[in-house]
Design a protein around this ligand. Structure first.
Ligand code: NAG
Ligand code: NAG
Ligand code: NAG
Length: 374
């Protein structure tokens, strides 16, 4: 047998053997295949049942993402984010300046309080009819549970809060926490810090337009050469903070969105103030005024819009009680000021005033229509 014949004969043997072998293989594969099919049908069937019992996991994939989902404010303010997570999320900034939807800018009223807000009936009246133009945020002691009725504009406006100590960094932390929570609502444009003793001095339209049309943010920032100003500066803050840049001002600020973000994102000045501005350096009087003077001097008015009476002297401004609330007193609070608003002299300098005791509520409600226009 030649080599070629041998190959051929081998081939013919193989070809004769093939049908039997391949039939065996075919049957084996059929059995395996059917088994696999049955198993997989059972498996996916169970999966389907599981999916049907969990409609959310399915709808997540089915509802297409719309812009609305990105721009709607959080429904529940009581999130589970840490400050670190919150500040990171709150400082997302769109790079495209034009909004691809109709944005109505809002004022965020941020209440920094320990417990109750006794003057809310006055605020409710001030805010009535202006829904959609403002938002409310409350930072109080974590142990305090407010009991606003569900129809109140203050209902459910509490943010996750922590204990604060006056004059310490924990107070600035609370203010940054308020700003960060308010930044999560993309429509908030102006951010007002208030206390439980604050009252509005004009009707909502005047306050709203005064803030929205302002070229500047309102924060007290002045260079005090004395012991309670420059005297509190610590050399260790250099080079981030130089003594000529050191500023003082009351904590009750009003900021636009840009400056609110710059305060929440700050990691440059924070450690310096935390370490080197401790009592008798009161960090809440220096951190934001100094930082904003360094970073954005051309955007700050260097004055506050929250009136307070220092005329009685002492370490604390006057607190007003029921008997102080007279027509003469309110006239004095509203008039007899001049200041600069958008580079022009203006008689309207203060939009809010403090410190009003809880028992002033009655007389204030009586006189508000005549003096405050609400
Ligand atoms: C607010 O007060 C101003 C000036 O007093 C007045 O012209 C305006 O009508 C008031 N607006 C509302 C909504 O009451
Ligand atoms: C502080 O800043 C001023 C103005 O920017 C500058 O002239 C001065 O040299 C600085 N001082 C120190 C100690 O860095
Ligand atoms: C506020 O003060 C800074 C200096 O600290 C100044 O550059 C800025 O122009 C002042 N703002 C206004 C509105 O005058």
């Amino acid at each position: 047998m030649s080599i070629e014949e041998g190959k051929d004969s081998n081939r013919s043997v193989q070809s004769r053997v093939f049908p039997l072998r391949s039939l065996q293989c075919f049957v084996l594969f059929m059995v395996l295949g059917i088994g696999f099919l049955v198993l997989s049908m059972y498996y996916f069937g169970v999966q389907n049942v599981v999916n049907k019992t969990r409609p959310n996991s399915q709808s997540c994939f089915q509802v297409p993402v719309t812009l609305r989902q990105w721009i709607k404010p959080p429904l529940n303010l009581m999130h589970k984010m840490s400050d670190e997570e919150l500040f990171w999320r709150a400082t997302f900034l769109p790079r495209v300046k034009k909004y691809p939807f109709k944005r109505t800018p809002k004022v965020a009223f941020m209440f920094l309080t320990r417990g109750p807000l006794p003057l809310t009936p006055l605020w409710e009246r001030f805010l009535k009819g202006h829904e959609g133009l403002y938002s409310i945020y409350i930072h109080s002691l974590p142990s305090y549970h407010p009991n606003f009725p569900p129809n109140s504009v203050f209902y459910g406006r509490q943010i996750p809060s922590q204990v604060t100590e006056w004059g310490k960094m924990s107070l600035c932390d609370a203010e940054r926490r308020l700003l960060a929570n308010a930044l999560l609502d993309i429509n908030n444009e102006r951010f007002v810090l208030l206390s439980e003793s604050c009252i509005p001095l004009y009707n909502f339209s005047i306050v709203y337009h005064y803030l929205m049309k302002s070229l500047y943010s309102f924060i007290g920032a002045f260079d005090d050469p004395g012991p309670y100003g420059r005297g509190r500066y610590n050399q260790n803050m250099a080079p981030e903070v130089n003594i000529t840049q050191w500023r003082k001002g009351s904590q009750w600020f009003e900021l636009n969105r840009k400056l609110a973000v710059s305060i929440v994102e700050d990691t440059k000045f924070y450690p310096k103030f935390e370490e080197f501005c401790r009592p008798a350096c009161y960090v809440d009087e220096h951190y934001f005024p100094t930082m904003l003077t360094i970073q954005a001097a051309n955007l700050v008015a260097n004055r506050t819009i929250t009136w307070v009476d220092w005329s009685r002297g002492g370490a604390h401004p006057a607190t007003f009680g029921k008997n102080d609330i007279t027509e003469q007193f309110l006239k004095k609070v509203l008039e007899s000021h001049t200041c600069i608003y958008n580079n022009q002299p203006s008689p309207v300098c203060f939009l809010f005033a403090r410190k009003f005791a809880p028992n002033t509520l009655g007389p204030l409600l009586d006189l508000a229509p005549k003096f405050f226009g609400y």
